[in-house]
Write a protein that binds this ligand. Sequence first.
Ligand SMILES: [Zn+2]
Length: 345
Amino acid sequence: MSFIPPRCPYPSCPEHSGRDPRFWLRFGSYRPRCRRFAIPRFRCRTCGRTFSRQTFRHDYRDRRPECNVRLFWLLASGVGLRQAARQLGLDVHSVQRKFRKIARTCRWLHRNLSPSLPAGRTYVLDEEETYEKASIRPLTMPVLIELVSYFVVATMAGPIRRLARPGLRRRWLQECDEARRGPRRDRSKVCVRATLGALRRRVGDGSLCLLSDDKASYRALGREVFGASLWHETTSSQLVRDTFNPLFPINLTLAMTRDNCGRLRRQSWLVTEKRRCLQLHLHIFTAYRNYVRRRHNSDGRDDTPAVLLGLLPRRLRVREVLGWRQDWGVWSSHPTSRSARRAVA
Ligand SMILES: [Zn+2]
């Protein structure tokens, strides 16, 4: 038998921390319809509940687990959910469910693999504008990366209020929309603060440099979140956006989000219906960018942003990203572990 359960999968059980390696008993096996081989079952000697190897996997309870890796690639390649459903021969609703589940696993994976980041480095922040459902409902999407490795630290998506000039048809449409739904909230500052907060949690009290354009609120929010440990450098947003621009790494990353997430592509039929779904898609992009794709095409095969930052020894394969369940935080198995025994340090 190759699989040995590292811990009881139920968080309420004392054996969830994996204190006794002999906490389990064999409890037969079952043969799922989607697999050719039987899956062994186990029983916890402490809480008496049963589980199997599948309980530790991302594709636990999936009916079509063989589609997950292909769907990840489609979602990280700018394909919309409906087109992905057509290609995989699945119903669009099951693709939507799989999309949400993959995104949640990617969010946990990123959290578990980057609990702390090195201080003393330069991090770059910028915002991208997009919209939900209709262009009169704009969204902001702050993205924060590390300057050298291009590691995506945090992304957010939130509503913003940008009223057109009075008298324009766009303004009239916005007023009709607000009369129906109430005034549109502007959460730009909240989103940027949360993005910087995600970096603060990872860096702690260490000093760092933040690079951004000259938007006034960035300076105040940076000081609010980091205090005196922050060195803030700004670059004029009027500067030509070429490779010599100091903000080139973040401009390239934002261009990649538009290329890899179909819903962000300009002049396209694909559109975000709900901002929650944009946030979910950004989790998939973050996992793909940090752990699967190398930094530049000219870099070595394994030189992903996470490897360059010293978080992982090699790049992850997509089947490893969607391998072990990650929603147990520090008790989750490491994606590169074959036996599920090694927890995230
Ligand atoms: Zn148990």
